[in-house]
Design a protein around this ligand. Structure first.
Ligand code: TRP
Length: 346
C-alpha cells in the first residue's frame, strides 16, 4: 500500500505536470448522491475539479447512484439529490459543454466491466480494504456483497473512460489503489487496455463539521451549498461551543470552537490562529457571527448562480441526458476493447 506521505508528495508533482500538460489527463471523480452537497465536498474535491477543468483537463463527474446502497437499504430521494448535485456542479463552474456529468445506473456497459474485474481480485483483498472496513463498521449492518465489492465497482467507474487522474479525499485512496491493481492485472492477463490511474489528493485540510466531527449530512453538522443565508446562520448558531470566553484554536481540546475557526478560515482564506487572536475575549457569540459572515459571503455567488440555474429544470435534465449519452458511448467502446482482449467476441 502506498503511504499517505508518498501520495501527498506525488500529488504535488502531478499538480505541476497537469498545469503544464492539461491535455494529457482525463479526470474522473464524483459523489454518492446521498444528500445535498456541503462545504466538505466543496473544499474537498469540487474546487479542485473546477480548477483542473478550467486548465483544460477533460473532466468526468460521476453521480454514483448505485453506491448509495452500499451501506443502506433505501436509495432515498436519489432523483432530487442528483438534480441538486448537477445544480451545484454547474454553479461551481463546471461547463457541461466541455465536461461530462453522468449517473452510474444509466451506463450498462460500465457496470458490465464489474464482471471481469471481479475475477481479478480475491475475497481477502476486498476484506482488507480499509474503506470497506470503515464503512462496514459505521453502517452497523451485515456486510453486503455490494459494499464488499465497492472498490471494484469504483474501478469500473474510473477505467470505463480510461480516466488517468482521480481527485479524491483520503478515504477514497484505497479504491484508487485497487483500481491500479485491477488495471495492471487486466493488462497483464489479456492485453493492454487500461491506464493505471493516479490519485490526486487535494491539499485542503479536511473540513470539519460544525461540531468538530467529520462533516456529514447524517450528523446534522453540515453547511450545505444550497442553504439560504438564514439557514446557514441558524445551523451555525446551533453549533456546540464551550463557555470559555477567550477563543483559541485547539482542535483536540476545543473541537467545536476550532471547527468554526477552520470553517471561517477556509471561507475567507485566512489563518485560524489569526482569526482566534482577532476575536480574543469576545467569546463564542462573536466567533459564530464571524463564521456566519465568512461562510455566507463565500457562498453568495455560488448560491446566486444556483438559484438562477434552478429556474430551468429542463436544462439540468438535458445536461444529464447528454452526459449519460456520452458516457454510454465511451463505455461501449471500452467494453468492446475488453471483449476483444478477452476473445469474447461472437
Ligand atoms: N466513492 C466516492 C465517494 O464516496 C464517490 C465515487 C464513486 C468516486 N465513483 C468514483 C470518486 C470514482 C472517485 C472516482 O465520494
Amino acid at each position: 500500500m502506498t503511504s499517505l506521505a508518498t501520495t501527498v508528495e506525488r500529488s504535488e508533482q502531478l499538480r505541476a505536470d497537469v498545469a503544464e500538460h492539461p491535455h494529457r489527463y482525463r479526470i474522473l471523480t464524483g459523489e454518492r448522491p446521498t444528500g445535498p452537497l456541503h462545504l466538505g465536498h466543496y473544499f474537498g474535491t469540487i474546487a479542485e475539479r473546477v480548477r483542473l477543468h478550467n486548465l483544460g483537463v477533460d473532466t468526468f463527474t460521476i453521480l454514483a447512484d448505485y453506491q448509495v446502497i452500499t451501506d443502506r437499504d433505501a436509495i432515498g430521494q436519489v432523483q432530487e439529490n442528483v438534480h441538486n448535485a448537477v445544480l451545484d456542479y454547474l454553479a461551481a463552474g463546471i461547463d457541461p459543454e466541455r465536461a461530462t456529468i453522468f449517473t452510474h445506473s444509466a451506463v450498462p456497459a460500465l457496470n458490465q466491466l464489474l464482471l471481469p474485474f471481479l475475477s481479478l481480485v480475491t475475497e481477502a483483498e476486498l476484506h482488507r480494504n480499509p474503506t470497506v472496513k470503515a464503512e462496514h463498521a459505521a453502517s452497523g449492518r451485515a456486510l453486503s456483497g455490494l459494499l464488499l465489492t465497492y472498490p471494484v465497482h469504483q474501478a469500473a467507474d474510473i477505467l470505463f473512460c480510461k480516466g488517468n487522474l482521480v481527485p479524491v479525499g483520503k478515504d477514497n485512496l484505497p479504491h484508487v489503489e485497487m483500481t491500479r491493481v485491477i488495471a495492471r492485472r487486466f493488462n497483464d492477463r489479456y492485453d493492454h487496455v487500461f491506464p493505471e490511474p493516479q490519485a490526486l489528493l487535494t491539499s485542503t485540510p479536511e473540513v470539519p463539521g460544525l461540531d468538530g466531527r467529520k462533516m456529514s449530512k447524517s450528523y446534522g453538522n453540515a453547511v450545505t451549498l444550497s442553504m439560504t443565508s438564514d439557514e446557514t446562520a441558524a445551523a451555525i448558531r446551533r453549533a456546540p461551543t464551550d463557555s470559555e470566553r477567550r477563543i483559541t484554536f485547539d482542535p483536540i481540546g476545543r473541537p467545536g470552537v476550532s471547527a468554526l475557526l477552520t470553517t471561517a478560515a477556509l471561507c475567507s482564506d485566512r489563518d485560524e490562529h489569526e482569526l482566534a487572536d482577532e476575536i480574543g475575549d469576545a467569546g463564542a457569540g462573536a466567533l459564530k457571527k464571524l463564521t456566519t459572515a465568512a461562510v455566507n459571503e463565500f457562498l453568495a455567488p455560488h448560491r446566486q448562480r444556483r438559484t438562477a440555474l434552478a429556474q430551468e429544470p429542463g436544462h439540468i435534465r438535458s445536461v444529464l441526458r447528454d452526459g449519460n449519452q456520452r458516457a454510454v458511448e465511451i463505455a461501449e467502446r471500452t467494453l468492446d476493447e475488453v471483449r476483444t482482449a478477452m476473445g469474447t467476441t461472437y
